[in-house]
Design a protein. Structure first.
Length: 493
């Protein structure tokens, strides 16, 4: 059995595809597993719903949400420090346990071979490597001990799930995934004759999601409550948590229909010091306070369509929990009246798509063809004689290049008698020929070409960079005189 895991900012979900049938592996038809962590000395580590339940009142300070957006952070709870990697590991372990018990309940008793984890469209090698390390942390060290077969961009996973159900429909779609922490979009094409060839035309991401809609409501509710009660609530984690929960349930209430129409007013209720307070909010106010968030995501779709021949796409597929908000669908409809709009399995499609992809992650199939999500280039001196520390990066592979791709560039030695040329290869989202070197950034790989002694300054060597469909980057440096070196590395594609 190969699992697909949608590791979300707010919710995570496992799925499996067996004999062309996909099922979400959650007991009791739940929405998803909250990607939430909690620790105190008495309870120990709690994840998911148990964490949410424990993290109330004063204990809210021990609750950690949205760790996916803070992969370099640490979190201190009840005097103990946890790294983000540990927290991601705990969450993935909980997802795995849930998946295995739901699979057993459905009489799927196969052994777990590995997982594919979906990630935002703009996650780079380092972020994926971080998630891989968290997922592969051995069971003996308290980790999930999973084998990561690969990664897939969230909207691309949703596209695979969508195509499985309606390939005859349209062959080129734009998927809009508005989740809890990020908004991702991808234009994906299916080869309808083969049915099992998919091409990612382009993709993009904004760091905007349901949590930002929550934050607008939280501020609104908090200000009203402070005014009504005369109590300062900002610095109190227990009240902040209460207000957050009231904001989320108000937001969800706006997505509910009363009869034929969506609710146009909602009352958030919060208890403070034993007294119950109410904050009335209209859907118009809610729409206004969050409009700039929605607009940011709509601008991203506009840019993607403009860049990739808008006429070739006639359908927008909306997924992600936040696509349940009527203002989102109405907003997109208004701006793109010519497009057919569908909300497709907003909560499940990404996990299902990841599980479909898991079935093809065998290093042989070119089931899914993508473009380079980043640019790759080597550092060098702008002018060594003027300033040896003034460095630039020359991009060989450009973001957006169709994979596989090979590019080359000629570099020269800077000093007489130089016996080695070192190329540090950097990943970036910069779509330019060259850019100023950013000190402190880690290269994705390094290649050192040894040269014979006595060569004059200006001796040339050619660097070749290749990036394959399944994310192998290969660097070859060759001086044309019989000295060459090759280095390969698997990037997380
Ligand atoms: N009916 C609804 N109305 C409004 N918002 C909703 C509804 N259902 C879910 N959401 C919101 O959707 C978000 C969760 O969506 P989803 O599970 O797709 O995100 P995620 O995968 O956790 O995050 P991301 O993909 O950004 O990492 C939350 O902010 C949640 O409040
Ligand atoms: Mg998501």
């Amino acid at each position: 059995m190969k699992l697909g895991i949608d590791f979300g900012t707010s919710f995570s979900l496992p799925a499996v595809t067996v004999l062309d049938t996909s099922v979400v592996l959650l007991p009791g038809g739940k929405y998803g597993i909250p990607s939430v962590f909690y620790y105190d000395e008495w309870e120990g580590v709690l994840v998911g719903e148990a964490a949410e339940n424990a993290g109330q009142g004063e204990e809210a300070a021990n609750l950690k949400r949205e760790i996916k957006l803070e992969l370099n952070s640490t979190f201190t709870a009840d005097g103990r420090v946890f790294t983000a990697r540990q927290i991601v590991g705990y969450i993935l372990n909980h997802v795995k346990e849930n998946a295995l018990s739901a699979a057993r309940a459905k009489l799927i008793n196969e052994e777990l071979e590995g997982v594919v984890i979906s990630v935002p469209a703009a996650f780079g090698h380092n972020e994926k490597e971080f998630i891989r390390e968290a997922a592969e942390t051995p069971v003996e060290e308290g980790g999930p001990g999973l084998k990561v077969l690969g990664f897939i961009k969230e909207p691309v996973a949703a596209a695979l799930a969508y195509f499985k159900t309606s390939l005859a429909d349209k062959t080129r779609i734009l998927v809009y995934d508005l989740g809890g922490g990020t908004c991702d979009a991808a234009i994906v094409e299916a080869d309808s004759s083969l049915k099992e060839k998919y091409t990612v035309i382009d993709s993009d991401m904004r760091r905007v999601g349901g949590k930002d809609w929550d934050a607008c409501l939280e501020t609104y509710i908090l200000e009203s409550l402070e005014q009504q009660s005369g109590i300062s609530l900002k610095e109190n984690p227990g009240y902040r948590e209460k207000i957050k929960r009231a904001a989320v349930s108000a937001k969800h209430a706006f997505s509910e229909k009363v009869g034929e129409k969506y609710r146009d007013r909602v009352r958030a209720r919060v208890e403070i010091n034993g007294k119950s307070y109410q904050v009335p909010i209209t859907s118009e106010e809610f729409g206004k306070m969050t409009f700039s968030l929605l607009w940011d995501t709509i601008e991203m779709i506009m840019a993607l369509l403009k860049k990739n021949d808008a006429n070739s796409v006639s359908q927008i597929i909306c997924v992600g929990g936040s696509s349940n908000m009527p203002q989102v669908i109405e907003g997109i409809k208004k701006i793109f009246p010519q497009m057919e709009l569908r909300v497709f399995e907003p909560e499940k499609s990404i996990a299902i798509g990841a599980s479909i992809y898991a079935g093809y992650c065998n290093g042989k199939d070119t089931f899914l063809s993508d473009m380079a999500a980043f640019s790759y280039g080597s550092d060098c001196c702008r002018n060594y004689d003027v300033d040896p520390n003034d460095k630039i990066v020359i991009n060989l592979i450009q973001r957006g290049d169709r994979l596989p791709v090979t590019r080359q560039h000629r570099f020269i030695t800077t000093r007489d008698g130089q016996t080695r040329m070192r190329f540090d290869i950097y990943e970036s989202d910069k779509e330019v020929q060259q850019y100023d070197f950013v000190p402190g950034k880690q290269p994705v790989m390094q290649i050192v070409l040894e040269l014979p002694p006595g060569l004059p300054k200006g001796t040339a060597a050619v660097l070749y960079l290749t990036l394959t469909t399944d994310g192998i980057i290969e660097a070859v440096a060759d001086d044309g005189n019989g000295h060459s070196i090759k280095v390969q590395k698997r990037l997380n594609y």
